[in-house]
Design a protein around this ligand. Structure first.
Ligand code: NAI
Length: 480
């Protein structure tokens, strides 16, 4: 029986290994992590992450050929194939701070593999890493040469949170990069055989190591760029009376462009886009390519601009101040169907409103009060280091209350902001909400989930990203 060990039981390691175990009953899969609380949760009924379909999948193979353990060294030493799926956050200090990937977690995993391995291993980069990382990993693995042979493969993960299980069951492609030597090709074949249990062969792409590593950064940069492009257009729509929904529909009908990832919003979030683009920018700078670095940096700048613009729109609409006013925040996760709040635009928007002394009442169906308080008192990039490895925040933000119902959040609020596109927000009784708010009552829809015309019929002053403005908003000072 082939033995797989995955180091890192996070948003990628957990779901990916559950799918491999489910599709490959002839393979034993052990997911290991240094976090005792995470492993305990994976072994319980309350999994550490929310992902549609994940609970049933884990239950179907846990204890059969899928195991979760903190005995990292034992399972690494027994494995034939080791996936490394640890976090690769943005460096917060030292050389490349604020841009470069922090490979400290990866390095310590690699050193541990080198220390405990007694048999040959295929070591797979599942984490997103800078291009050329495999070269450094090889050096670490072979530094105290004990006669163990290692083959490094790059097998970046393209799943999206919220649809992870579907993405893993039916991936657009699986990418495997390896050395162009006979040993490298054999390692590629071994990993290909795992995926071939359920992925059609034509969808398994094999490349050299550097192409695979760079393709992941490139794919995220392209995806984020589409969002920043449509968001940049949304600002122009608001200034001219064009409607971004109509514009993106018309643009996306061009088959060369396509309709996916063309929704305007308050901005992209999540643990990957910003960190991977910053990483790309840093790699370009290090390779003497400042023009290329600046090109990609602009994708982040537009994203920051969009979040600022949203906050400015709220404050300027509400008579240029939200001081002492209650604002309801519906949704805190960075997208629907996940409880993940890493780099969620809600953090920046809430911080912007708190900066203007608003009182916030926040509701998200999957995010706990503890998480929200932690996020709002954290410094930039700190979120990217696993929460369970950090000390608790010393204090909570006093102007923030977290409630477990959208109506409760909205009661008595001067304005309501939709920050996540949860389906339940589309079906709320907005008349009931309107009646519970002081007038004029405002809705700021950061995800364009509601039809602003319908909201205006109820009586709201409604703002949607990139849509023709309410006459009220037109009369307010310009938003920069
Ligand atoms: P995560 O933070 O949820 O999980 C990483 C886990 O690794 C943590 O539980 C941490 O305790 C563990 N860990 C760190 N160092 C360790 C060590 N030395 N030994 C054992 N365990 C260790 O991170 P997530 O979201 O799963 O991301 C992992 C990687 O996958 C990152 O490089 C990310 O960029 C990439 N990725 C993430 C995607 C996502 O949607 N979250 C999608 C595609 C790639």
């Amino acid at each position: 029986m082939v033995k797989i060990c995955c180091i890192g039981a996070g948003y990628v390691g957990g779901p990916t290994m559950a799918v491999i175990a489910h599709k490959c009953p002839d393979i034993k899969v052990v997911v290991v992590d240094i976090s005792v609380s995470r492993i305990t949760a994976w072994n319980s009924d309350q999994l550490p992450i929310y992902e549609p379909g994940l609970d049933d999948l884990v239950k179907s193979c846990r204890g059969k050929n899928l195991f979760f353990s903190t005995d990292v060294e034992k399972h690494v030493s027994e494995a034939d194939i080791i996936f490394v799926s640890v976090n690769t956050p943005t460096k917060t200090r030292g050389l490349g701070a604020g841009k470069a990937a922090d490979l400290a977690y990866w390095e310590s995993a690699a050193r541990m593999i080198a220390d405990v391995s007694k048999s040959d291993k295929i070591v797979i980069e599942k984490s997103t890493v800078p291009v050329k990382t495999a070269e450094a990993i090889e050096k670490i693995l072979t530094h105290n040469n004990k006669g163990v042979n290692y083959q490094i493969l790059s097998n970046p993960e393209f799943l999206a949170e919220g649809t992870a299980i579907n993405d893993l069951f039916a991936p657009d492609r699986v990418l495997i990069g390896g050395r162009e030597t006979p040993e490298g090709q054999r390692a590629i074949k071994a990993l290909k055989d795992v995926y071939a249990h359920w992925v059609p062969e034509e969808r398994i792409l094999c490349t050299n190591l550097w192409s695979a590593e760079l393709s992941k950064l490139a794919a995220n940069a392209f995806l984020a760029q589409r969002i920043s492009s449509v968001n940049a257009m949304s600002a122009l729509c608001e200034a001219t009376g064009a409607d971004i929904t109509q514009v993106s529909h018309a643009v996306g009908k061009d088959t060369r462009i396509g309709h996916k990832f063309l929704n305007a919003s308050v901005g992209f979030g999540g643990s990957c886009f910003q960190k991977d683009i910053l990483n790309l920018v840093y790699i370009c700078e290090c390779n003497g390519l400042p023009e290329v670095a600046n090109y990609w940096k602009q994708v982040i700048k537009v994203n920051d601009y969009q979040k600022n613009r949203f906050v400015n729109r709220i404050v300027s609409s509400m008579f240029n101040t939200v001081s002492g006013k209650k604002i309801a925040i519906l949704g805190f996760a960075f997208k629907k169907d996940t409880g993940d709040t890493r780099e969620t635009p809600a953090i920046d928007v809430c911080k912007g409103l708190l900066g203007d002394k608003a009182n916030l009442s926040i509701y998200d169906p999957q995010v706990t009060e503890e998480q929200i308080q932690r996020d709002l008192s954290m410094n930039k990039f700190d979120w990217d280091h696993p929460v369970h490895l950090q000390p608790m925040s010393p204090s909570s933000v006093k102007q923030v209350s977290v409630v477990w119902d959208a109506y409760e959040a909205a009661k008595g609020a001067h304005g309501l902001c939709i920050m996540t596109e949860w389906d339940e927000f589309k079906n709320l009784d907005y008349k009931k909400i309107y009646d519970s708010m002081p007038k004029p009552a405002f809705v700021f829809d950061g995800r364009n989930v509601m039809d602003p015309k319908k909201l205006r019929e109820i009586g709201f002053i409604a703002y949607s990203i990139g849509k023709p403005l309410d006459s009220w908003l037109k009369d307010m000072p310009a938003v920069a």
